[in-house]
Design a protein around this ligand. Structure first.
Ligand code: DI6
Ligand code: FE
Length: 397
């Protein structure tokens, strides 16, 4: 058997579901052919007589699937450092939003930006994610709130996937806020009418269901339009209050419900039944100094899968470090090391509907790897501000 590349002398955290825990393989090897994993397992199980163009000895380093950041608002213009100062002086996120700042201030900046501007300003953020081993990133629109800017954001997101060796999954978040110039009902009509026109630009439809954004009834209208267009859905759910968002997402078979600090027991049960992933965003929890953590214990009890993402955005989570998000998931949400590593690989891939392609080290999947200079997996979670990435492989390179 001839491979393109074989990495040997590795310790693998395969995250394969057929194995317990992290799916650890000591003295492991990964072989790649045509950009896909052709073998991942104990080195001694490599097919006899194997050969490879390139052989790399990893000297005991750890290999995990490339990280998946499944919730970001990476494409946007401007920043909100000034609002950060206001919040330090005591203003709340909701007060700032209701006074026309918050999301709407980023909307003003993003509407004024060209597609080139959006790509250029997002690249340094994307490069930070890539530097920590991210090989798949989800990017949302939602700072245009009118079709031209929303589609410009989605085009910029697609372009980022051509500018760098990274896979980009896009989400149309037209229902992020009500634009100041339009009334709610008219804007919702526009969002619903935009969904079927996004062919090829949006891999999913997302909505912000919250007191300061859209009600459950309004959210359901957007979801009906997504369902009619055959586009998968995701939801910003129960972040600042319990609006029944978790159950609503489950009712529509959402890929994920995200944030979930105020999700109820019923919501957790419904998500488990629907297979909706709980996508936890500790960067926003930290930045907004939230005090109520998501109901992790209920998610475990009901068997809800948990994923973790940066939620990189200019307001509630100006975070470009998946490793720091992992640390926060441990310290603030008390997830275990195994949950956190699964949550940034396999479960994050599930939350994007891409588990068949990425998220574990298994034959047939795309050869996206993160290779780490560590002695044990917990090191990926426990340090703050240290990056032990040794090498990153995207599609076998
Ligand atoms: N929830 C969030 O955390 C982001 N959007 C959302 O619906 C915040 C977006 C922002 O503040 O700009
Ligand atoms: Fe978000």
């Amino acid at each position: 058997m001839r491979f393109d590349t074989v990495w040997r002398g590795a310790r693998l955290a395969t995250l394969a579901e057929s194995l317990p825990g992290l799916g650890i393989v000591e003295r492991g090897a990964v072989a790649c052919r045509d950009g896909r994993i052709a073998f991942a397992g104990p080195e001694r199980d490599l097919p006899t007589g194997w050969d490879a163009e390139t052989r790399i000895d990893l000297d005991g380093r750890w290999v995990t699937p490339g990280l998946v950041d499944a919730h970001t608002h990476l494409v946007h213009a401007g920043d909100r450092a000034q609002e950060f100062e206001l919040r330090l002086a005591g203003a709340s996120y909701e007060e700032i939003a209701r006074a026309g700042g918050g999301i709407l201030s980023t909307v003003r900046a993003t509407r004024a930006a060209s597609e080139d501007d959006l790509v250029r300003t997002a690249l340094p953020r994307l490069d930070r994610l890539i530097a920590e081993g991210v090989t798949t990133v989800e990017i949302k629109s939602g700072y245009g709130l009118e079709p031209a800017t929303e589609t410009r954001m989605l085009r910029a997101a697609r372009r980022l996937g051509r500018e760098r060796p990274v896979a980009v999954a896009t989400s149309y978040l037209g229902a992020h806020a009500v634009p100041p110039e339009t009334d709610r009902a008219a804007y919702l009509d526009e969002v619903c009418a935009t969904i079927p026109r996004l062919a090829g630009l949006a891999d999913a439809v997302d909505t912000f269901c919250e007191g300061i954004a859209f009600s459950p009834e309004e959210t359901a209208r957007v979801f009906e339009a997504a369902r009619a267009a055959g586009v998968p859905i995701k939801l910003h759910a129960d972040q600042l209050s319990d609006t029944g968002g978790a159950a609503l997402a489950a009712r529509f078979g959402a890929l994920s419900a995200d944030h979930l600090e105020y999700a109820s027991e019923l919501g957790a049960a419904a998500m488990a039944k629907a297979g909706t992933v709980a996508l936890l965003l500790p960067g926003a929890f930290y930045t907004l100094r939230e005090t109520r953590a998501p109901p992790v214990e209920a998610f475990r009890r009901h068997g809800v899968r948990m994923a973790i993402a940066t939620d990189c955005n200019p307001g509630s989570s100006p975070l470009t470090s998946p490793l720091l998000a992992m640390n926060m998931a441990a310290t603030l949400f008390r997830l275990t090391i195994d949950e956190i590593l699964a949550g940034t690989t396999r479960e994050a891939a599930r939350a994007l509907g891409r588990l068949a392609q990425v998220g574990t080290l298994e034959p047939g999947k795309l050869c996206d790897l993160a290779i780490w200079e560590i002695e044990r997996p917990a090191e990926l979670v426990y340090r703050l501000g240290f990056n032990p990435l040794f090498a990153r492989v995207f599609r076998g390179r």
